[in-house]
Design a protein. Structure first.
Length: 431
């Protein structure tokens, strides 16, 4: 049997590990050794000790969702009095605030709302691009794309083509959880997207010339072997995507998207159990670091790994830089999903830069394509301090977006509201 030291020697020399070797490392290698191997790979891929971050905003445009994943504390069922859809003007205000803080992108994701057809997304994207031509939309995870195919009866390539034409710039890796169907069935997320469907959306996005990210949420019902299977499935797709012929910039794609293909980065975080139907316990910080380091070793064709400070906190996020991460992710500005499950860490640009520099690295701003944009904004001009993450809406705001009536109602609850009846079907009934 290959020993841990033999596998470590192979990794140090730039060799690719197989499934058995990865399992041996993950299960048996000392945590310090995993960190050393991962840090060696990071330094080879990213010499100069530069650690990047992005200023953007996580906007969850609706919490109404028919998927009902049992690990999610964010969603509300159709007809819930706590459900919301953001109006276009609300989203514009969030973009204005993002630009004020030096940001240039929205990470736009939401629930599978049956009353938001593909035309709603197209109209929103076009409105954003008309008002903010240079602003980027990193939007709609693979399960959301699958949801739109089911409602529109279009294929995945057709949905992607229409969204790109409307202004979509890139696709985030949300909804991956663990890319093993046994796990997805236990998490009640198999219906929103199977493992093959999630990978299929990303394959089609890469073929269309889009860059995407990949994620993994671990620490719930999966085995260590299933975590590794997830990583290897991503590695296989990245190999496939990087072999694609390079496309020319077209159909509204940004020029830098045409230069490369595939995933830009991998992000992993631990399941947040508070307020969820599934319940359970959160994995430890040590387990996070071991998982992150193993991902850096397995995903040898991924340039970048993000530190998940939003679930682990600033100090473990800082320590991630010694376990394979070369990126501190997003300033975020707003976050709703993991906050609903009990995590409420906040770091503005000043705090992120402080953590990076105190760890002995140089902090640089980037865009979604990991191109360096420059030095921290707060060193160039005054930026308001951000001491807590914003939320989608303030408590008690039950306003309805004026745009919603442009589109046909699909759910019974929405039809009742438009007829003047409450969600229960009685005229004037309250939520």
């Amino acid at each position: 049997m290959t020993t841990i030291e033999q596998i470590a020697t192979k990794v140090r020399s730039g060799g690719r590990v197989d499934r058995d070797e990865a399992r041996e490392l993950y299960r048996k290698a000392p945590t310090a050794l995993l960190g050393e191997l991962a840090d060696g790979i990071r330094s080879r891929k990213h010499p100069g000790r530069i650690v990047t971050y992005i200023i953007d905003r996580n906007v969850n445009y609706t919490n109404v969702c028919v998927a009902r994943c049992n690990f999610c504390a964010f969603y509300r069922p159709v007809g819930s009095g706590e459900g919301y859809v953001l109006g276009f003007e609300e989203i514009f205000r969030k973009i204005d605030e993002t630009i004020e803080l030096g940001g240039g992108q929205l990470l736009l994701q939401g629930g599978h709302n049956p009353d938001l057809p593909i035309e709603w997304y197209e109209d929103l994207f076009r409105a954003v691009k008309a008002r903010y031509p240079e602003f980027r939309l990193h939007a709609l995870s693979p399960p959301e794309v699958i949801h739109l195919t089911r409602m529109s009866r279009l294929s995945v390539p057709q949905v992607i083509e229409r969204l790109v034409a409307a202004g979509l710039d890139s696709i985030p890796g949300g909804g991956a959880e663990i890319l093993v169907d046994r796990v997805r069935k236990l998490l009640n997320c198999y219906g929103k997207a199977t493992a093959d469907e999630w990978l299929g959306v990303m394959r089609e996005a890469h073929r269309a010339g889009l860059r995407t990210t990949a994620t993994m949420m671990y620490g719930h019902v999966e085995t260590p072997e299933e975590r590794l299977e997830h990583m290897f499935r991503l590695r296989d797709l990245q190999d496939e995507s990087q072999s694609l012929p390079r496309v020319s910039a077209n159909a509204g794609l940004p020029a830098e998207a045409s230069a490369k293909a595939g995933f830009t980065a991998f992000i992993t975080w631990s399941y947040q159990p508070e307020h969820t139907e599934l319940g359970g316990f959160e994995a430890t910080g040590v387990e996070y670091l071991r998982t992150l380091a193993t991902a850096r070793i397995v995903l040898d064709n991924f340039d970048s790994l993000q530190a998940s400070w939003v679930t682990q906190g600033g100090k473990v996020g800082q320590l991630s830089l010694a376990y394979g991460a070369n990126d501190m992710g997003s300033v975020m500005i707003e976050e709703n999903v993991v906050r609903a499950a009990g995590a409420a860490f906040c770091m503005d640009e000043i705090e992120i830069v402080r953590n990076v520099e105190n760890a002995g690295f140089v902090a640089k701003r980037r865009n979604m394509h990991y191109e360096i944009l420059g030095d921290p904004v707060f060193r160039e001009r005054h930026v308001p301090r951000m001491l807590e993450l914003a939320v989608a809406r303030t408590d008690g705001d039950t306003s309805r977006p004026p745009e919603i009536v442009r589109y046909s109602a699909r759910s019974a609850a929405e039809k009742r509201l438009r007829s003047g009846a409450g969600p229960s079907g009685d005229a004037g009934a309250s939520d």
